[in-house]
Design a protein around this ligand. Structure first.
Ligand code: C2E
Ligand code: CA
Ligand code: CA
Ligand code: CA
Length: 279
C-alpha cells in the first residue's frame, strides 16, 4: 500500500509539473500575443426568444498562435487572470468590441447591443470605469449599446465593492449582465441590490433541459426570479428547437446558441445581422 501511495504521489507530482509547465508556456506566449496581432474577436448573435429578432452580439476572444493554432479561451483566460495579463487583454477586447459595433452601425446596421466579458481581476481594478469610458470615447460607441458580462462568482467575491463599481458603470449608461448564472452561489438579497439588466442562464442548465428535471427547475426558477426583480433573461448554449421551445414557453426573453448561430468573424457577423434587420 505504501508503494502504491508513493506511485500515486509521483503520478500526481508529474501531473502537477505538466500543468505548471503548460501554464508557464501559455504565459510566455500570451505576453506577446497582443503585440504580434494573434488575438481576434468573434461575435455570437443573441435573439428575442419569441420572434428570433437579433438583439445584439457577444464578443468572444480567439487566440490564433502561429504554431500551436487556435487556443481556446478556456485554456488561456484562467492563465491571463492569474498572471494579470487579463488587464491588458481585457482593455484590448473592450476597445475593439466597441469599435466593431460602431463600425457596423456606420456601415448601416441597426444599432444593437454589444456584450463584452469582464473578468474578476479587471473588475477589481480601481481604474476599470475609466477603462470602459476610454473604450467608449475611443470608439464613439454610445454607452447604451455596451453591455458588460460579469460572472456571478466575480461579483460574489466582494459584493459590497462590486455594487459600488456596477453602480458607477450603470450611471455611465452601460448595461450589465450576470454571466454563468446558477453556477456560483448568489445571495438573492445581493442580486436585488445589483444594478443589473440581464441574467444569463449558464449553458450547463440548458444542455439537458429536455431531460433533466433539476436543470429544468433551475432554468425556469431563474426566469421567474429574474422577472420578479425586473431583469431580462438570456439563455446561452441553445442548440435544439426543443430547448428553445421550452425556454420560450416559460418566458425566457432572449437566447443565444448554435441553433441560431455559432460565433462569427466580424464580416460574417455584420452580414448575418444586416440581412436580418436593417436600420
Ligand atoms: P461564456 O462567456 O459563457 O461564453 C459562452 C461560450 O459558449 C463561448 O465559448 C461560446 O462559443 C460557447 N457557446 C455558445 N453557444 C453554444 C452552443 O450552442 N453550444 C455550445 N456547446 N457552446 C456554445 P468560448 O468562445 O470558447 O468562450 C469560453 C469562455 O471564455 C467564455 O464563456 C468566457 O468565460 C471566456 N471568454 C471568452 N472571451 C472572453 C473575453 O474577451 N474576456 C474574458 N474575460 N473571458 C472571455
Ligand atoms: Ca459571457
Ligand atoms: Ca441600464
Ligand atoms: Ca457560460
Amino acid at each position: 500500500a505504501k508503494a502504491a501511495g508513493r506511485n500515486n504521489y509521483q503520478f500526481f507530482a508529474a501531473d502537477m509539473n505538466k500543468a505548471t509547465a503548460e501554464r508557464l508556456n501559455i504565459e510566455r506566449k500570451l505576453r506577446h500575443a497582443i503585440a504580434r496581432n494573434e488575438l481576434a474577436l468573434c461575435f455570437q448573435p443573441q435573439f428575442r426568444a419569441d420572434s428570433s429578432q437579433p438583439t445584439g452580439v457577444e464578443a468572444l476572444i480567439r487566440w490564433h498562435h502561429p504554431t500551436d493554432g487556435l487556443i481556446s479561451p478556456l485554456r488561456f483566460i484562467p492563465v491571463a487572470e492569474e498572471t494579470g495579463i487579463i488587464v491588458e487583454i481585457g482593455e484590448w477586447v473592450l476597445l475593439n468590441a466597441c469599435r466593431e459595433m460602431k463600425h457596423w452601425i456606420d456601415a448601416g446596421l441597426k444599432p444593437m447591443r454589444i456584450a463584452v466579458n469582464v473578468s474578476a481581476r479587471q473588475l477589481r481594478r480601481r481604474d476599470f470605469c475609466e477603462t470602459v469610458a476610454g473604450a467608449l470615447a475611443g470608439s464613439g460607441l454610445p454607452a447604451e449599446l455596451l453591455e458588460l458580462e460579469i460572472t456571478e462568482s466575480s461579483v460574489m467575491e466582494n459584493p459590497e465593492e462590486a455594487i459600488q463599481i456596477l453602480e458607477r458603470l450603470g450611471r455611465m449608461g452601460v448595461s450589465l449582465a450576470i454571466d454563468d448564472f446558477g453556477t456560483g452561489y448568489s445571495s438573492l438579497a445581493y442580486l436585488k441590490l445589483f444594478p443589473i439588466d440581464h441574467l444569463k442562464i449558464d449553458r450547463s442548465f440548458v444542455a439537458d433541459i429536455e431531460h433533466d428535471l433539476n436543470d429544468r427547475a433551475i432554468a425556469f426558477g431563474t426566469i421567474a426570479l429574474a422577472h420578479s426583480l425586473g431583469l431580462n433573461v438570456i439563455a446561452e448554449g441553445v442548440e435544439t428547437a426543443d430547448q428553445l421551445e421550452l425556454l420560450r414557453a416559460n418566458g425566457c426573453d432572449e437566447v443565444q446558441g448554435y441553433l441560431f448561430s455559432k460565433p462569427l468573424t466580424s464580416a460574417a457577423a455584420f452580414a448575418f445581422l444586416h440581412a436580418r434587420c436593417r436600420s
